[in-house]
Design a protein around this ligand. Structure first.
Ligand code: GUN
Ligand code: FE
Length: 416
């Protein structure tokens, strides 16, 4: 069991943080037992871990990140999506045909993600099944809860990444069969996005989704170019999201549509119908997409939104930085397009990065009683001349913190 003294902060709901200054939290069998303002008598004699002024928060969830793009973070950020894929991203992903190269990169990626406080993640791999299996198994062994998938694409990719649709489906079938079952890390069907997937391929993936009751991650109404491509390539569909709905890919498990920057009413209706997630990736949006999600109005409209680092479209592996960036971009959105847009608050951004996303990975993303204890201790951000309140420490961490400010990490109730 764990008994911890700290300041405790988590999302109460979308608009509010729950703040317990100078309090005690007990964890038994990996689950939160409760929070007390004074030392709980029933735990008398139990060893106490005291973090002093440290602030205990739920660990973060990254709902959209590309592990094979890890070595490209912060590079070639002056390109836009289509050129960035062709010149920067596809050449890197081709290297993952070599399992030894893949292992070295994936090990570094996983370690850095954990160091930056992400304990739950939806991760893209590449088209390569051996490297993707390694990524899933390695994350699984580390205890990270999440999803990964072999990418599918059979058009408009580089020669080295272009799959034959039947071969792509066969390999995906084998991957899903191998990893369906009860693990920390589970498979997701991962059609890259409409421009790189034929109708035949997407329909085949729909059959596999039903067969293995597996959800999907993709890039959805990501840029004007992508939305236009979706309309041209799938003229029978009224919007990008309908491509996946028609194939039956929305109904078998969690669905994550990254970016969702230019959705039509129909995209929004379909996403909500299946309780799917839109994933806001503010850095990627700024770097390679040049659009801003209407996060405020989508939240008000009942869309579930999580945050993604989207490395290497985004440049920082710490998804906590994206909570700050989401607030910043929402203010720009409201400033330049006041009609129908509103800025979001920091509690809303923190909610997206924790409590909103946690349920994808079990009862986590919160420190409420019964929650699986995946948590971080944040410290070292107050000034000598002014001590910050616990919730201010967390806001400042998201703006200017580094992994050095994460003083402790807990995963499944264990210190790591
Ligand atoms: N759209 C298609 N592929 C990608 C990718 O790898 N990253 C991002 N951000 N967008 C994409
Ligand atoms: Fe992406």
């Amino acid at each position: 069991m764990l008994l911890i003294h700290a300041n405790i902060v988590y999302s109460e709901d979308r608009a509010h943080l729950a703040v317990y200054p100078d309090s005690y939290i007990a964890v038994e069998q990996g689950r939160v037992q409760g929070i007390w303002p004074v030392f709980p008598e029933k735990y008398k004699g139990a060893p106490l871990t005291d973090y002093g002024d440290g602030v205990l928060i739920p660990a973060f969830s990254d709902l959209h990140v590309h592990a094979p793009q890890y070595l490209n973070r912060g590079l070639e950020m002056d390109l836009l999506l289509a050129d960035w894929l062709d010149r920067c991203t596809f050449p890197m992903e081709e290297k993952f045909a070599d399992p030894e190269f893949a292992k070295a990169v994936y090990d570094a990626f996983i370690d850095d993600m954990i160091a930056n406080g992400t304990m739950h993640a939806c991760v893209y791999a590449t088209i390569h099944e051996e490297a993707t299996s390694y990524l899933l198994e390695r994350m699984d062994r580390k205890g990270i809860k999440g999803f990964t998938g072999k990418i599918n694409m059979d058009r408009s990719a580089s020669a080295g990444l272009m799959e034959d649709p039947m071969d792509s489906l066969q390999k995906t079938d084998a991957f899903l069969e191998k990893y369906s079952g009860n693990r920390n890390m589970r498979p997701l069907i991962t059609p890259r996005f409409a421009p790189t997937c034929s109708r035949e391929l997407i329909q085949g993936l729909g059959r596999l989704g039903r067969k293995y009751q597996t959800g999907m991650q993709t890039h959805l109404v990501e840029s004007r170019w992508e939305a236009e491509q979706a309309r041209v390539l799938f003229p029978e569909c009224s919007c990008d999201t309908e491509i996946y709905e028609r194939a039956g890919l929305m109904e078998n498990g969690p669905v994550l549509g990254a970016h969702f920057i230019f959705p039509s009413e129909e995209d929004i209706r379909i996403l909500k119908k299946y309780d799917s997630y839109a994933v806001h990736c503010p850095d990627a949006t700024t770097n390679i997409i040049a659009g801003i999600m209407q996060a405020g109005v989508l939240l008000d409209g009942g869309v579930r939104i999580g945050l993604g680092s989207d490395v290497s479209g985004g440049h920082h592996i710490g998804v906590y930085t994206q909570a700050a960036r989401a607030v910043q971009l929402s203010k720009l959105k409201e400033f330049y397009e006041p009609e129908g847009n509103r800025a979001i608050t920091f509690p809303e951004a923190f909610f997206m990065a924790t409590k909103q996303s946690g349920p994808l990975f079990g009862n986590t993303g919160t420190l409420e009683e019964g929650a699986v204890f995946d948590a971080l201790v944040i410290d070292g951000l107050s000034d000598a001349a002014r001590k910050l309140r616990p919730e201010q420490v967390i806001e400042r961490f998201c703006y200017i913190g580094t992994k050095e400010n994460i003083k402790a990490r807990y995963l499944n109730g264990e210190a790591i």
